[in-house]
Design a protein around this ligand. Structure first.
Ligand code: PEP
Ligand code: MG
Length: 722
């Protein structure tokens, strides 16, 4: 006590008050002040909690868990927060106060026999040490769960043999646990079907889609002696990365796009941002309810705590594990599901085969009105997205066939076309390019098995494809039989000071109609051949970066002419396809009623629409967006979450105008926002037909779409009943 009092005097510069009222006011003030503490501020920013909510203070009589061997304290969950298993789960310490458990300074004991793990099986459980108290606690656990109809996080203290309940709240859980609890509680008739759908945050699904350590590789690593430490499995999944020993290093390395594992002796509140930046978290001390474990679980991060063999020396930039030294930057792999730490990198495996996940998603789909498609540019991506439940492709970016695997030849031909001196030369190059474009489109149409595929015509400015280095320019000149000077000059001619608003999208097709013509032919022939072979397919041809209906009229005439030629060639009466446009320039949104005269569908390109509405270059926001968010000029980055006051208004104007002209106009979104839960909600409310997003975000969008539909129906009725 004397030491504490002296410390208070040293830190605060005044005596610890003896007056009870003064102590109480001091305590109350400390709680209110904590709202503006660094940890709380960081946490709010990460979780998107508004600063003006404020906090409340509860005043309770004090009980003491540190009054000897018959006193104890603990934290428990009414179900396992890491796995979701319906088993009373918790930790306790004899002769201790609550802070000793949550601060992770001592590794606590398990609550009962059934939930002991490899790592704590030798420690005494409350169930055997204080059986009467344990039974009483277990009774409260059931009662509280029945009352609140959700998993509870419970804090308790035992003062000289008597149990006191300190607090309970809805417990944080991993995505895996949230899924299992939702499905179990529904089966137990504790919650309704709709509530089960609402119990998972869409972002939590991300974790279920994340990799786990490949069991075969793990076995091999164990046989090779690479298992270096064991701890408590606080956050499931697998993570490999370079180790860092401070939160600041985790943030900095992650900024440099490195994958890091944050290793700490124990974590403290200042580590929040580093924990967020890390792929995995490993601590030497602490239990399943320690700060690190709680925070990691809330975020669905792979996390191992209480790996006692690890000794961390942040100042020296190293850690030692039973005599062996690991330096900052060395690679480790965590198996957060088992609590195992391995040296080096291990293979990861996809977790989507989880049957509970599949069952839940099927169930989710009953409620949504919005369709969910994917943005995919290859048959492989298309198949992956189909396995995640995509109901079509909302954006096939043609230009992606000129990047990456197998792109050498098509890219060469595209460059040849770009360097052509006249239309005849350009047409010749386009003829050579044609079979590659057709094959890529046909493969993707086929993989989608009759689901619609929105194929967008070439969008980027041509200069993006001209080689930049002298060496590459020389190589291209050699292959094309032209001079290096020719290549350089053409590159210069194509140079634009503002390429994002330059010669791109439909403007290319207006300047060089033969480029559009080749693409129309590739799409329609691919469809005709599949159709002739008895296969179903539905291409939707999409014109990018349009701003005026006349652009659509001009391109449509070419499209219809090519269609007639293809029909004649294949002897078909009809080819099923739609002709439509992206809405990504504000003028297109404002004149949607006119655009819909030509377009049979719209797809909002909200990346460009955001760029052109804000006037923010989407490639250069790094320079100022951080400041905008910190100074609260904007609540969210508008390139991630659809701007509700500006872009949403344009979307609504376009939906209303477009459907006025063409009531059955199909409308979707294919900008990055299509996979953001908040934006999905706006799309539902604006009356869109579908959202389209990257394959891994398809399940997230499906869940977000179901939740907004349920919430809309429930309205004032409340969550009970179906
Ligand atoms: C968009 O602008 O939102 C879009 C999907 O097109 P891109 O990102 O290819 O410009
Ligand atoms: Mg765009």
């Amino acid at each position: 006590m004397g030491i504490y009092k002296a410390k208070v005097k040293e830190v605060l510069g005044k005596e610890f008050p003896d007056d009870a009222r003064k102590q109480l006011w001091g305590g109350i003030a400390a709680v209110f002040k904590s709202w503006n503490g660094r940890r709380a501020v960081s946490y709010r920013r990460i979780e998107g909690i508004p600063d003006d909510w404020g906090t409340a203070t509860n005043i309770q009589a004090m009980v003491f868990g540190n009054m000897g061997a018959s006193s104890a304290t603990g934290v428990a969950f009414s179900r396992n927060p890491a796995t979701g298993e319906n088993a009373f789960y918790g930790e306790w310490l004899v002769n201790a106060q609550g802070e000793d458990v949550v601060a992770g300074l001592r590794t606590p004991n398990p609550l009962n026999e059934a939930t002991k793990s490899e790592q704590n099986k030798h420690l005494p459980s409350l169930e055997t040490s204080m059986p009467r108290v344990y039974r009483e606690l277990d009774g409260y656990r059931r009662r509280l769960e029945r009352h609140y109809r959700d998993m509870q996080d419970i804090e308790f203290t035992i003062q000289e043999g008597r149990l006191w309940m300190l607090q309970c709240r809805v417990g944080k859980r991993t995505g895996t646990a949230a899924l299992r609890m939702a499905m179990d509680m529904r089966a137990e008739k504790m919650i309704s079907d709709k509530e089960a759908v609402l119990r998972l945050q869409p972002a939590q699904l991300d974790e279920l889609l994340h990799p786990v350590v490949d069991p075969a590789d793990e076995k091999q690593a164990q046989a090779a002696g690479r298992l270096i430490a064991k701890g408590l499995p606080a956050g499931p999944g697998g993570a490999s990365g370079q180790v860092v020993f401070t939160a600041a290093a985790a943030v900095e390395w992650a900024r440099q796009k490195k994958t890091v594992i944050l290793v700490r002796e124990e974590t403290n509140p200042e580590d929040v941002e580093g924990m967020r930046a890390a792929t995995g978290i490993l601590t030497a001390r602490g239990g399943m309810t320690s700060h690190a474990a709680l925070v990691a679980r809330g975020w669905g991060k792979c996390c191992i705590v209480g790996a006692g063999d690890i000794h961390v020396e942040p100042a020296a930039g190293r850690m030692t594990v039973r005599g062996k030294v690991y330096k900052e930057g060395d690679v480790l792999t965590l198996n957060g599901t088992r609590g195992y730490v391995y040296e080096g990198r291990l293979e990861m495996r996809d977790a989507t085969e989880n049957p509970l996940f599949k069952g839940f998603m099927k169930f989710v789909d009953k409620y949504r009105r919005l369709g969910v498609r994917t943005n995919a540019d290859t048959p492989e991506d298309a198949r992956l997205a189909r396995s995640f439940g995509a109901e079509g492709i909302g954006l096939f970016r043609t230009e992606h066939m000129f990047y990456g695997k197998g792109s050498d030849r098509p890219l060469f031909l595209l460059r040849k076309m770009i360097l052509a001196k006249n239309e005849a030369e350009r047409r010749k190059a386009l003829d050579e390019l044609f079979p590659f474009v057709k094959a890529a489109i046909k493969g993707t149409l086929e993989a989608m098995e009759g689901y619609p595929v929105t194929i967008r015509l070439l969008d980027p400015p041509l200069h993006e494809f001209v080689p930049k280095s002298d060496e590459k320019r020389a190589e291209l000149a050699r292959e094309l039989g032209v001079s290096v000077e020719d290549v350089r000059r053409r590159g210069e001619e194509l140079h634009e000071s503002n390429p994002m608003m330059g010669h791109r999208g439909v403007r290319l097709g207006i300047s060089y109609p033969e480029i559009s013509e080749m693409q129309f032919r590739a799409i329609l022939e691919a469809a005709a051949e599949l159709c002739a072979g008895g296969k179903k397919c539905l291409p939707e041809i999409m014109i990018p970066v349009t701003s005026h209906v006349n652009e659509l009229t001009h391109q449509k005439a070419i499209c219809r002419r090519v269609e007639a030629e293809v029909r004649a060639k294949y002897g078909l009466k009809r080819i099923a396809y739609l002709y439509g446009t992206m809405i990504e320039v504000p003028r297109a949104a404002l004149t949607a009623d006119e655009m819909a005269r030509e377009a049979e569908f719209f797809s909002f390109g909200t990346n460009d629409l955001t760029q052109m509405t804000f006037g923010f270059s989407r490639d250069d926001i790094g320079g100022f967006m951080k400041g905008y968010l910190e100074k609260k000029i904007l609540a969210d980055d508008p390139f991630q979450t659809l701007d509700i006051r500006g872009i949403d208004k344009l979307v609504r104007i376009a939906v209303e105008g477009g459907r006025r002209t063409r009531p059955d106009l199909k409308i979707g979104i294919c900008g990055e926002h299509g996979g953001d839960p908040e934006s999905v909600e706006l799309c539902h409310k604006a009356g869109l037909n579908y959202v389209s997003c990257s394959p891994f975000r398809v399940p997230i969008a499906r869940l977000a779409a179901a939740q907004v539909a349920i919430e809309e129906k429930m309205g004032a009725a409340g969550p009970k009943g179906d």
